[in-house]
Design a protein around this ligand. Structure first.
Ligand SMILES: [Zn+2]
Length: 224
């Protein structure tokens, strides 16, 4: 699904992967649950691209619904993997970058079951993403440190297009946007700070890891 020219949401995958098209090749933001590589490569093929056209895979954070298809995609394409140092370490260790905080035994069992069921393959990161780094994508794609959901979470902002990819730092729901919170949130104060930081960027389009893309995003950011 094309959001704006050269920016696509690859549909029907948890979590949302975004495809960015530049003259020198393709960039993917996040890689979905394990098995998502099939849908992602099929989407590329439908646009007329081969797996090797995928040059970069940028990871917002190491949760299994964002890195599940990563190892297979890297193997199929030869793409370079980019992540923050903490999330890169979690991908090597094959677990989330922070402990979860289930309130009940049932939730705890559910978390453990999901972690076992969706355990992603080990992935070596090729390039570390630090706050302020500018990537040669969409005329300049800026790394924005947005800690809180996880301790190494990053967002990606393309000022030229006014488009912000916020991972799970802000969740898009049918009735609006909300900041990360709850049992899978690492630090609430930092999450709130990251929402305020992103609201100040002046993005026109918000692409979250979950839920619909928000056009005319200015003024719709959560008040925290
Ligand atoms: Zn997620």
């Amino acid at each position: 699904m094309e959001i704006i020219p050269n920016v696509h949401l690859i549909p029907n995958i948890v979590a949302n992967p975004y495809l960015l098209i530049d003259p020198d090749g393709l960039t993917l933001i996040d890689a979905g649950l394990p098995g998502s590589q099939r849908k992602i490569l099929r989407y590329l093929a439908d646009l007329g691209y081969a797996p090797k056209d995928l040059k970069r895979i940028l990871i917002t954070h190491a949760d299994f619904d964002h890195v599940g298809g990563l190892a297979a995609l890297k193997a199929a394409s030869g793409a370079r993997v980019y992540a923050s140092p903490l999330e890169a370490q979690a991908m090597l260790d094959r677990h989330a970058s922070r402990p979860l905080k289930p309130r009940s035994m049932v939730t705890k069992l559910l978390f453990n079951l999901m972690a076992g069921l969706f355990k992603p393959a080990r992935v070596q990161t090729d390039e570390l993403l630090l706050d302020g780094k500018l990537l040669p994508v969409l005329g300049g794609l800026q790394v924005v440190e947005t800690l809180g959901h996880t301790p190494g979470h990053i967002s990606l902002f393309a000022p030229s297009a006014g488009i912000l990819f916020c991972g799970d730092s802000i969740v898009s729901e049918e009735n609006g946007l909300r900041g990360s919170s709850g049992a899978n949130n690492w630090d609430q104060a930092k999450s709130d700070e990251s929402v305020r930081k992103q609201a100040a960027l002046g993005a026109r389009i918000l692409c979250s890891g979950h839920g619909p893309v928000v056009m005319d995003a200015a003024g719709k950011f959560p008040q925290v």
